[in-house]
Every structure is written in structure tokens, then in C-alpha cells.
Write a protein that binds this ligand. Sequence first.
Ligand code: NAP
Length: 275
Amino acid sequence: MSHAVSSWPGSPLAQREGFSLECGGREAMKRVLILGGTGEAAKLATQAVRLQGVEVITSLAGRTRRPMTPSGQVRIGGFGGDAGLVDYMRQQRIDLLIDATHPFAAQISFNAATAARVCGLPHLLLVRPPWEPMESDRWIEVESIAAAVSILPSVAQRVFLTTGRQDLAAFAPLKGLWFLMRMIDPPTPDTPVPPGTLVLERGPFALEDERELLKTYAIEAIVSKNSGGDATYAKITAARELALPVVMVQRPPTPVGEQVVDVGKALEWLTRHLG
Ligand code: NAP
């Protein structure tokens, strides 16, 4: 279950009460910064550039080698924490901030909430709804990747691991299990990798392909983040059809603030703030 909390522990900037810096350009043309790295962020940028009176900048972390290139301007790489994001927004005279990052990208979302508060900027979170289990689903819901690692040996021997490259190392100590590991880019050479096979692919994935994959590799369980959305949902349907358990990692908390669940609602919010 996703829940909202007010600040990211340990953020010195978040604790500086009453500290406010002018960020916006205060000009007819508004500048919106979209924190991206998701399909929704790219779609939002494509639609936002068509609006009158707005300049769109998308920020990507730079994790994937060939990212989806959104419309409008794009900048790549970390800002240097919440203070770095404040500096960036001041330099770029940003007026509005939309956080359309992945639901598991918690650090950047808390940095964004803090930076928007410090700058006094309107700030929106675009968060797709989590998947909900259906009656015949065999989900084992866990709070973290570490909890998924702990429980997995008691669930299955042959596992389809779909949590992504960044979480691969956590499963490496599970030597007695075999993993089919799907991710967009290969792990870096120094990443400990569990025993098994790597598949490098980017969604969306079709149901018939997911069904085939599970059967071909004689998969006994899936490990997934509760990312929500359609692009990677077919594996959940396929698991249901084959009566396979899914170890489902729950979302981290999101910061307190205004939230919408889809691109249409984010565009409405943006349009309102352009007036
Ligand atoms: P994270 O843990 O929340 O962020 C770690 C650091 O990466 C941030 O503190 C920030 O560095 C930088 N960062 C993250 N997103 C950024 C962005 N959009 N623009 C500029 N810098 C960004 O994030 P993560 O889980 O590593 O995810 C990284 C990116 O991949 C996100 O943009 C997210 O949308 C995308 N993504 C993540 C997942 C996932 O499962 N986590 C899945 C699909 C896509 P500084 O502190 O230096 O600013």
C-alpha cells in the first residue's frame, strides 16, 4: 500500500524552515520542469509542448543507455540532491514542477517536494495507480526488495525476476535458485548477478509472449515491483492464468502534496497554472 510522508529523512534542506528562494521567471512564457524516466513523463512532455505559453524541460537521471527521448528540451543527470535541484530551478527560472518519475524512484520525489517548497513553486506528482490483486491471483505482498529476497527460497526454485538492474545484486546471494532476469540495459561488470539467464528487453510486453516465456523457462514464481500501468502488466495476467505466485514488492511512500493519476489530469493541472 502506498502512503505519503512529509519529508525524506536526513535532508538538511528540508529542515530549513522559512527558507524561500525565488525560482520562477515571472514572464508570460512559463517554464515547466518534468522529472521523467517513465512513459507517462514522455507522453506528458509531448502533449505539453503543444500548449500555448509554456516551455517544457524534461529531466532524466541518465540510467538507461537509449532512453525514450521526450519532446521539448531534455537534460540528463542528477542535480546533486535537493539543494542542487533548487539551484537548477533558480538558474533555469522554472515556474512549475511536475514529478512524473517511477513510483519506486522515492529519493528524487522527496527531493522535488522539498525543492518546490523551498522555491515556493507549484508542484504536482503524477503517480499511476498500483495494481490490485484479483481473486485468483496468488500474490505474496512484501514491503521491500530485502523482504522479497528473504522469502523467495521458500516460494520457488525457478524465478522470473523483473525488478530491474538496480536490484539485481540483492538476489545474488541466493545461490540455490535459478533466475530469468529481465531488464533494459545489462548490469555493470561489477554488479553481483544471481545464477540464471539475462534477457535485455524494454516493455510493453504482450500476454502471449509472457505466457510463452514462463512456460519455456519452467518458471515457478515471479518477483515484481508494484509499478502499476499497462506496459508490464501482462506478466501478472500470465501468472494468474498459470496459477503462479507473484512476490509483489509494495511501493515506497510518496511525499505529501498534490497528486494526479494520469497524463490527462496532469495536463489539466498545467493548463490551470498557465492562466
Ligand atoms: P531515485 O532513487 O529516486 O533517485 C536517485 C538519484 O537519481 C536522485 O537523488 C537524483 O540524483 C537522480 N535522479 C533520479 N531521477 C532523476 C531525474 N528524473 N532527473 C535527474 N536526476 C534524477 O531514482 P531511481 O529509482 O534510481 O530511478 C532513476 C530514474 O529511473 C527515475 O527518473 C525513474 O523515473 C526511472 N525509473 C526508475 C525505476 C525504478 O524501479 N526505480 C523504474 C523505471 C524507471 P541527485 O540527487 O544527484 O539529483
